[in-house]
Design a protein around this ligand. Structure first.
Ligand SMILES: Nc1ncnc2c1ncn2[C@@H]1O[C@H](COP(=O)(O)OP(=O)(O)OP(=O)(O)O)[C@@H](O)[C@H]1O
Ligand SMILES: [Mg+2]
Length: 347
């Protein structure tokens, strides 16, 4: 983006020029170097001098007042340049927010929502989905059952619809055919708040906000204490990294997490999902950007800390499938069932 020009530095320079010129004139009148005016002992000095060649004291006072007035004026307008830039950025952000708040939501809450029993499965039943009527079907007749306490790996070629399926599970979109249920209840009959309290998604492109590590994590669970945060960070192998940060958990991660590596960003988002008090956890490419040994350790930790929950992990990493209870493959819009995780067969 082209850098905006500002006249304020030029005005500042001109004011400084005026300051020097006025001070010199005042000094010339006093027949003294002008720095006497600034050092503050000039009145005493004047009183000891002969008044023969001195202009009236009022003239000197006026000269000094003018100097300080100009100096004060310059300092008072100096921050305006930064404020003008901030104002432009705020106006652009406000326009974007306005566009977002006016956009029609993809899904809406039911008028009479139902409650969850808290003891059933998360299921995908004969789901068909496409992004628009003139676009190809992404999912055709997808079936999936995820009971609490079970871990399922989902693989499949790029573009097969794995992330789309994950979004349907948390109702970012509704299926055109079939239904997604939790505890036997269609997710369209639940409030989005209740559904997302029960099913947490760590998306493939999860966002890290321009705030502290702690605030980024607490988004998932406001009341989480330091012990819970430490366990979530340990599960994603970020505990030692966090301990060495200059301000610990209060270190700011920058716009879009720009002060983090790609792998650290992914794992902050993953730790956030782990903190969420949800019964079902959907993790879309949780080991992306990680080297193979680290990916293996993180996956092992995830399986251990999620043993009470229903865990669905979408991954291209065939080497990490061994610890899962089941491995599935999504291709041509439907999900193939497999008896066990067989990495060689799924690669
Ligand atoms: N918002 C969207 N609008 C229209 N089409 C989309 C949209 N998002 C995804 N698609 C299309 O849907 C199909 C499935 O995309 P999806 O992201 O679910 O694949 P994926 O299996 O997660 O791929 P990858 O393994 O590369 O992440 C792709 O053909 C993609 O182009
Ligand atoms: Mg994807």
């Amino acid at each position: 983006m082209a850098k905006q020009r500002s006249w304020l530095p030029a005005i500042g320079l001109a004011l400084y020029g005026c300051f020097w010129a006025t001070a010199s004139v005042a000094g010339w009148f006093a027949d003294r170097p002008f720095y006497y005016l600034i050092r503050g002992n000039w009145i005493n000095d004047l009183s000891q001098s002969s008044t023969r060649w001195l202009p009236p004291t009022e003239t000197l006072m006026t000269g000094a007042a003018l100097v300080f007035l100009l100096l004060g004026a310059y300092e008072s307008i100096l921050p305006l340049s930064g404020a003008a830039r901030t104002l432009r950025a705020c106006a652009t952000a406000a326009t974007r927010l306005d566009e977002l708040t006016r956009r029609a939501p993809a899904v809406e809450d039911p008028i009479a929502p139902r409650m969850l029993s808290g003891s059933g499965e998360l299921r995908v039943e004969g789901v068909g989905f496409r992004y628009a009527a003139d676009q190809p079907w992404v999912l055709r007749d997808a079936e999936l059952c995820l009971p609490a306490g079970e871990s399922v790996a989902l693989t499949g070629p790029s573009g097969a619809g794995k992330s789309t399926l994950a979004e349907l599970l948390v109702r970012f979109q509704d299926p055109e055919r079939g239904r997604v249920t939790i505890d036997g209840i269609d997710t369209r009959e639940l409030t989005q708040r209740l559904l997302r309290g029960a099913v947490a998604l760590c998306a493939q492109d999860s966002h890290v906000f321009n705030t502290s590590v702690r605030e980024n994590l607490l988004l998932a669970r406001r009341e989480a204490d330091d012990g819970q945060i430490a366990r979530a960070l340990a599960a994603v192998e970020l505990d030692r990294w966090a301990a060495e940060l200059p301000h610990g958990l209060d270190t700011i991660v920058g716009q879009d997490g720009e002060l983090l590596s790609g792998g650290q960003r992914t794992r902050i988002a993953l730790a956030r999902a782990l903190l969420a008090p949800a019964r079902f956890l959907i993790l879309d490419e949780p080991t992306a950007h990680l080297d193979a040994p680290l990916a293996a350790r993180v996956m092992e930790n995830l399986l251990a800390v999620c043993e009470d929950r229903g865990l669905l992990v979408i991954t291209h990493d065939a080497a990490s499938l061994e610890g899962f209870d089941r491995a599935l493959r999504l291709e041509h819009g439907s999900i193939e069932r497999r008896r066990a995780a067989l990495p060689a067969a799924l690669a």
